[in-house]
Design a protein around this ligand. Structure first.
Ligand code: PEP
Ligand code: MN
Length: 304
């Protein structure tokens, strides 16, 4: 089913909404961390361009700001389908939605599992947007890979080495979120598990780390994004939704992420955030998302 997919640009007929910006060569890195032999495969060598990871026809790392949007959790067929159409109309190039949810409390909504994967795949067929969803455990990798175009390793699983080893053997690209307490070194070494195990299609994602600050859900480490762009050739996304935890902070954090050189954003959008089963308080509604996309387009054009 997925192999039969034509490239998104042919299917979507929506090139006008893409956010294009010039590809900048990163300066050679001479700082001590980059010289560490531990990052054998993730390091950016002098003059090396950012690796372009293709996700069902959508290039990540090619110079465009790739925006992925969708609900925290897939809640119904109608919810994910409606969201897909709304975010696509606003210019998103991929759809997100959780089927297996890593919740802090076992009493909170855990996701709808395979049924949600099926609805995600239907929303992809209806909208033409490739989908990203989280895989929680090694035994679910084959099932999730049957439905998804990009497999998300959630922050809580960044150092789940059994999962990383299993994903290293997958033919699907992987979105590796930074752990809430992971150093940049640990994050890049987690990427090494995927790369050295045979999967070259790795996209990093900064989603905020835990600090002494409690006013925001996490502390979005945008300086870390700029540093990782220097240290590594892998594309880096930013998740301003989990990074801030508050809807009104998502637009400024998104603009800042674009300004520090992120290759894309992954943003939670729900048709009715006040009714969301998870993360409603940090989700934009479709109109807010469309307005943010307009701002990002203007900003990227002004910086070109
Ligand atoms: C999510 O993407 O909904 C999620 C749970 O993210 P994280 O793993 O970054 O907390
Ligand atoms: Mn979420």
């Amino acid at each position: 089913m997925r192999n039969a997919q034509a490239p998104l640009r042919e299917r979507s007929r929506a090139p006008a909404v893409q956010i294009a910006r010039p590809i900048r060569r990163r300066p050679p890195v001479s700082a001590a961390p980059s010289a560490e032999p531990a990052f054998r495969m993730a390091s950016r060598h002098e003059g090396q361009a950012t690796t372009v990871v293709m996700v069902a026809g959508v290039p990540i790392g090619a110079g465009n700001l790739v925006v992925i949007a969708g609900p925290c959790s897939v809640e119904s067929r109608q919810q994910i389908r409606e969201t897909a159409h709304r975010v696509k109309a606003a210019g998103a190039l991929m759809l997100r939605g959780g089927a297996y949810k890593p919740r802090t409390s076992p009493y909170e909504f855990q996701g709808l599992g395979q049924k949600a994967l099926q609805w995600l795949a239907e929303a992809r067929e209806a909208s033409g947007l490739p989908v990203v969803t989280e895989v929680l455990s090694p035994e679910d990798v084959d099932l999730v890979a049957d439905y998804a175009d990009l497999l998300q390793v959630g922050a809580r699983n960044m150092q789940n080495y059994a999962l990383l080893r299993r994903l290293a053997a997958s033919t699907k690209p992987v979105l590796l979120k930074r752990g809430p307490a992971a150093t940049i070194r640990e994050w890049l070494l987690a990427a090494e598990y995927l790369l050295s195990g045979g999967n070259p299609n790795v996209v990093l994602c900064e989603r905020g780390i835990r600090t002494f600050e409690t006013a925001t859900r996490n502390t979005l480490d945008l300086a870390g994004v700029a540093l990782v762009k220097e240290l590594s050739h892998l594309p880096v996304l930013v998740d301003p939704s989990h990074g801030t935890g508050q809807r009104r902070l998502v637009p400024p954090a998104s603009r800042a992420a674009a300004a520090v050189g992120a290759d894309g954003l992954i943003i939670e959008v729900h048709p009715r955030p006040d009714q969301a089963l998870s993360d409603g308080e940090q989700s934009l509604d479709p109109a807010q998302f469309a307005s943010l996309m307009t701002d990002l387009r203007l900003m990227v054009a002004a910086c070109a």
